[in-house]
Design a protein around this ligand. Sequence first.
Ligand SMILES: C[S@@+](CC[C@H](N)C(=O)[O-])C[C@H]1O[C@@H](n2cnc3c(N)ncnc32)[C@H](O)[C@@H]1O
Length: 274
Amino acid sequence: MTKATVAADRMWSAERSDLPITAAYGGHYFSARQAIWFDALRSTLPRNLETRQLALASLIQAASQCAASPGHTAQPFQPTLTARKFLFESWHKDVLFHTKRNLILLAGLAAKQKGRALRADANLLADDLSPGDLVFIDPPYSGVHYSRFYHVLESIASGKPGTVSGIGRYPENNKRPRSRYSIQTQASNAIEHLLRTTANKGAKVVLTFPDHECSNGLSGDQVQSIASQYFNTKRKVVSSRFSSLGGTSDQRGDQAGRDARLNAHELILLLTPR
Ligand SMILES: C[S@@+](CC[C@H](N)C(=O)[O-])C[C@H]1O[C@@H](n2cnc3c(N)ncnc32)[C@H](O)[C@@H]1O
């Protein structure tokens, strides 16, 4: 994969104003050829709601599997001496193969009981809890907003990347959700408020957090200390692998590889209201 071939893919893709995914990401997270497949499949999803959701989920998963970036889609690999082999590997992934395999796997899964998925601010949703509810909380631990890591997958979901810019191909500011949990000065208040509300509603909680100080300023010990103001706490520490969320925080720069995962310990807290 040379700089020239990458530049050619980028130039060709940028001119495809009728193919939004190709124009935004061709030559960056995906080769021009892969990006065209994403546009083709995204624009021909089935009409029936259930099969449409299944097909779209398969496509989003395929985008995650094929994206030329370490772990999350914060920044694509560049054709540098060290990263070009990762770029080559990603750009040669077969979008159709991955989409079909995901479709077969997802179609075989079914919940034992029909549920509901909501997209909402957890701190507001907590007001609707009832005594006896069990809440799983896996709060942000990054000091960078998660929208930075998910934007490519969100574009596949919506089919509308809009205008993107920079090396990361980020969307415009108003399409980058911000969270108090990823702002160092607000993260502690945000988790404190969530846990207080949850305890007042009489719900039980299972909460996971890295057992070390994280870039949003919170540590596992601090989260446990906040929780113990409102709950009886039981603590378990397990070995885990965390995403470095972009692959540079482990000091390996663009050599971090596709997974960019770090060995670490994860705290699991079981919280029972007093
Ligand atoms: C550590 S990740 C959890 C990942 C998830 N458990 C998974 O396995 O994919 C934290 C998530 O919380 C989301 N988030 C940030 N602020 C939030 C809020 N106020 N309410 C709900 N979710 C929030 C982020 O967008 C991110 O997806």
